[in-house]
Ligand binder design. Sequence first.
Ligand code: UGA
Length: 361
Amino acid sequence: MRVEHNPVICLLGCGGFIGSHLLCRLLAGGAYSVIGVDIASDRIQHLLDHPHFEFVCADVYDTAALEPLIAKSSIVISLVALCNPWLYTTRPVEVIEINYLHPLNLIRQCSAQGQWLIQFSTSEVYGKTVAAVAGLGDDASHQLLDEDTTPFVLGPLAAQRWCYAAAKQLLERTIYAWGFERNLRYTIVRPFNFIGPRMDYIPGVDGEGIPRVMACFMEALMKGQPLKLVDGGESRRVFTYIDDAVDAVCAMLAHPVQARNQVFNIGNPANEVSIAQLAQRMIDIYRRLRMLPPHHEIAITKIDGCQLYGEGYEDSDRRIPSIAKAQRLLQWQPRVGLEDALEKTMQGYIDYYTTRLEQAV
Ligand code: UGA
């Protein structure tokens, strides 16, 4: 990396789904120099020689390796997370350690040295809707989730699904406390189901276990298997295209005073669907992208959540973000509608996995 007068951003998890898209944009803008840390660089090969980029192949949990890199930076963006629900019921200790314990050193160092910490959290901190817990049904579950007023509603201990939400919630509370008492400068981002090319993995090709729903459905479509609807596919999600998400982070960087010590929901409330509707939309788009005849059969099946993920699986029934704060303070507005977001994401999977799947057989 050339010595520059640009602000230096330390991007932890630069080789992941969000990291690779964000890195691309940060470098394209020319306003920042980036030190990126990850163990994998497959998704960012095309950026490795960029003059404003230094890639450090290191474990993002290796405090000794990170400390000098953070010391050279003025902004730290931490994307590090184990954020796949299958892990919450199978490897909860690791989920809590990686999502809560490991980032603590980062908080201490940023607080001591004055770096602005942009920490990715999750929309899952909101848990279930109050309406679902109170048995009020769908009518009352549509309230927008507000960063500063909505309570967090999680399940009991044995419902290990919530270990991730609880870990991230405690991380947020710790960051808030350090901001309050020790002058930490921070911004917390709560993503609402970002999707796009390079998201997750296909089991047996470049990962194992059960990825998130987009990759599960793409795996099924591309292998000619039925799409599985967990507990009937009644849960609802807001899917947000990655370019809109990257715009939001850039808007934070462009509005440092307004973003200071704030929590932002980043999601597209106009893109809400039930998972059953998502399956049907994806089948229709897949038929179109692959030019399959209408009679080409693609099946949908139902599966119990605990059967797929293991005991302790529960679900978020619904989460629609209020984005009023990000609109007001950051002038951010998501632009990509659901159809477009799904089509671009699915085309990305088709381009990347068609040959790889053939080779894996
Ligand atoms: C996960 C993480 O836990 C969140 O923290 C994260 O913010 C979020 O992904 C995200 O991508 O932003 P979740 O939305 O529950 O949360 O993740 P998915 O595994 O994608 O599940 C979405 C819904 O699809 C759930 O209702 C799940 O039961 C369902 N699903 C999943 C199916 O019906 N079939 C499948 O094959 C897979």
